[in-house]
Ligand binder design. Sequence first.
Ligand code: NAP
Length: 321
Amino acid sequence: MENKVYKSVVIGTGPAGYTAAIYLARANMNPLVIEGPQPGGQLTTTTEVENFPGFPEGIQGPELMDNMRKQAERFGTEFKTGWVNSVDVSSRPFKLQVEGVGEIVTETLIVATGASAKYLNIPGEQENLGKGVSACATCDGFFFRGKKIIVVGGGDSAMEEANFLTRFASELTLVHRRDELRASKIMQDRAKNNEKIKWGLNRTPIEVISTGMGVTGLKVKNNETGEEEVLETDGLFVAIGHKPNTDFLKGHIDLDEQGYVIVKPGSTETSVPGVFAAGDVHDTKYRQAITAAGSGCQAALDCEKFLEGHITQDWSQSLNK
Ligand code: NAP
């Protein structure tokens, strides 16, 4: 068990977490970043990132995240690796139980644990991530210019992604497991009025077909007839929702019914003073690397401001290692 009390701990190492750490470290807050077993977040599963400003030729997702990590390290950010199993934010300083590390004590906490795209978990899907299978139309749509695309899902995300992807696709089919869509009426109407979208309703995806060099089709089961068929495609966009990584926060800070952290409008403050949330863990709308980074910056500034008025520690002692 450590006896050190941190001024600020950041959980999560996507663009939100790293950006928060860069700002905190440059403000002499000596932050600790707790990274999970797969540091870097969702961007490490994409290939080329072409819409992050400052990289006119694009940059590989893992390289971008590595750069952010180095930038945070350069200003004195400390890193520890482990799952945060539980948090006690009932009084300050807060206590975190981190697997393989032990107890971490901190005055403030920035939660930047992100959200994970849900996948179909069918054969061929994970093997072809970044090679024809994607869960992010904004990130990868551009690579499918003039190609056949299938979007899977029946919610607002699927409608939105399908509409967006018709800008690039030569042909787009929306595949959904039922004949009724879950999406809101306005989003359904928008998709139904888009002549480029064909509908593959009542079809359950069962396998992604690929040559090893790229995706060529999606095998589906027709739920009316029970028959299997292969729908030809060059790309598969899975749009069946996201799950925020907040299980360890249940009962400790306010979450919405889907598990996203609730923040006060226009800020990164959560229901617990001194706990802030940044990035996809509270963002159900934009979900971009650049918006997550911006939100990490906001959380760091909110955190600094909070600490100015709430210092409970003798920092000269607690920060001595
Ligand atoms: P969602 O509403 O939960 O919809 C997920 C869809 O994926 C459902 O149609 C579901 O089918 C399907 N699905 C789930 N698991 C599947 C599986 N294993 N195999 C095949 N299909 C599967 O998720 P979402 O569309 O991401 O929306 C999440 C929230 O964000 C919603 O509140 C939504 O309104 C909001 N949102 C809003 C906007 C907007 O307003 N612009 C845009 C995007 C999202 P079933 O219907 O059969 O369950």
